[in-house]
Write a protein that binds this ligand. Structure first.
Ligand code: ZN
Length: 248
């Protein structure tokens, strides 16, 4: 028997690969995104009751096969299943969008714990409240910020002046810095209005439970999408299209 450890996890994806065997992709609170096999998983209620479905928070016992080439789950216990998500197509779409994003990025191990807590809070909010379609973008932005890409949206990176004026500022996507209208003169910064800057700065300082109370005008939404999609494409190497996230 190989050494086993205990993993707190959120299930991202599962699939059968033989009659009773299941592969599981999950976000471990200590190790980031992992894949493991649950042999006999689809028929053993005693060992895996309710644990092998997306939208579940679980505790797994994880070991490996004899040669150490893959991970094996020996048992799991269900902590929470998000039934409010599972019973509602729209909510399931929102939650699936967040799970796919976590599955697509290269998480550094240092941030695994934070991203785990963030995804857990996000699932709770989707489960219990009525977030709108903007919610997954806020989640994606927050993940990017938690990964260490954390621009200061409040002051000009060049002159230090507060950015919340009437003129659009210039966002330097590559450097992750924002310049005021005067300092960005003639430069190639992506123009961003002050409402959008305030919004992005607010996401940095808050969590999912704060985000459902927010009414965002459509032009600010549009700009947030544009800015964050460009930013994440550059720093996380990901673009979103209809089929999901694609590495670039
Ligand atoms: Zn300036």
């Amino acid at each position: 028997m190989s050494m086993e450890s205990t993993d707190r996890a959120l299930i991202l994806k599962t699939g059968k690969f033989r009659e009773h065997d299941v592969w599981v992709r999950f976000l471990s609170a200590s190790r980031g995104v992992q894949t493991a096999f649950a042999f006999g998983g689809s028929r053993s209620r005693r060992r895996f009751g309710g644990c092998l479905e997306p939208f579940s928070q679980v505790v797994f016992k994880v070991g490996s096969n004899k040669t150490g080439t893959y991970q094996v789950l020996s048992e799991g216990s269900l902590v929470k299943s998000f039934n409010g998500v599972r019973g509602d197509h729209r909510k399931m779409g929102l939650a699936a969008n967040c799970l796919k994003f976590v599955d697509s990025i290269k998480l550094d191990t240092d941030s695994a714990r934070n991203i785990y807590e963030l995804l857990l809070d996000t699932l709770k909010v989707i489960d219990e409240k009525e977030p709108d379609d903007f919610f997954p973008l806020l989640f994606r932005a927050k993940v990017a910020f938690e990964q260490g890409f954390r621009p200061d949206f409040t002051i000009c990176s060049q002159c230090g002046k507060p950015l919340f004026g009437n003129h659009p500022s210039g966002f330097d996507v590559e450097k992750g810095t924002v310049r005021c209208n005067e300092c960005d003169f003639g430069a190639k910064g992506l123009p961003v209005g002050s409402s959008t800057l305030r919004m992005l700065s607010w996401i940095q300082d808050t969590g999912p439970s704060n985000w459902t109370s927010l009414e965002v005008p459509s032009d600010v939404r549009g700009e947030c999408f544009k800015v964050m999609d460009r930013f994440m494409a550059y720093h996380l190497g990901l673009v979103w299209d209809e089929s999901g996230y694609r590495r670039v």
